[in-house]
Design a protein around this ligand. Structure first.
Ligand code: FNR
Length: 186
């Protein structure tokens, strides 16, 4: 099974990118989780799209998702919602709109996130729901993971030092992989 995880942060020391990398290492046997980033995605501009088409980086992300059995969004939270850079990347990936069904339609999607605050991205995770619905995805609601107080969860190299978070992350990926398999009648 092939899963793609996208981190919605550009920051080198991103907690969400660290969470994604930890998830890659915790994926169960038979599950290949590929880590993707939104680096190189320009700001969406319809004039650029008309003149030049879909940027190479966006096309690359689209094909990565199209070739995966499931997608996992590792979302930060800004002002109680989705960070603009992450929404911008997904918006680009929905262009041209005729391609939405191929990239997102009926595709299993999970959302999780990490923040230094007490609520661990709960509001940005919820803010993704109308987006996932409008794209016709198959969202997984069987598990939740809000990594709060992230400053105390990762070491300076981005490794998880909190055993409970590590266990919860492994269970989350495992649960999503089972969901994806059930959707494929495996
Ligand atoms: C934040 N942060 C934040 N955190 C949170 O839990 N709820 C929030 O509403 C916000 N709002 C917010 C707005 C803006 C503009 C910034 C820059 C930051 C803090 C945020 O969670 C923190 O910067 C994380 O480290 C971002 O995720 P990465 O980059 O570590 O993955």
């Amino acid at each position: 099974m092939k899963l793609v995880g996208i981190s919605g942060s550009l920051r080198k020391g991103s907690f969400n990118t660290a969470l994604l990398h930890a998830a890659v290492g915790l994926a169960p046997e038979g599950v290949d989780l590929i880590a993707a980033t939104i680096h190189g995605v320009p700001l969406y501009d319809a004039d650029v799209e008309t003149a030049d088409g879909i940027p190479a980086k966006v096309q690359e992300l689209k094909e990565l998702v199209a070739g995966a059995d499931g997608l996992i969004l590792f979302t930060p939270e800004y002002n109680n919602s989705i960070p603009g850079v992450f929404k911008n990347a997904i918006d680009w990936m929905t262009r041209p709109s005729a391609d939405i069904a191929r990239i997102f339609g009926a595709r299993p999607v999970a959302v999780l996130g990490a923040s230094p605050g007490n609520f661990g991205t709960i509001l940005s995770q919820s803010a993704w729901l109308p987006v996932l619905r409008t794209l016709g995805t198959d969202p997984w609601f069987g598990g939740r993971l809000m990594v709060s107080r992230a400053g105390m969860v990762f070491d300076a190299d981005g490794r998880i030092t909190d055993e409970k978070v590590s266990r919860n992350l492994a269970a989350f990926i495992d649960g999503f992989a089972s969901f994806v398999a059930s959707r494929q009648g495996r």
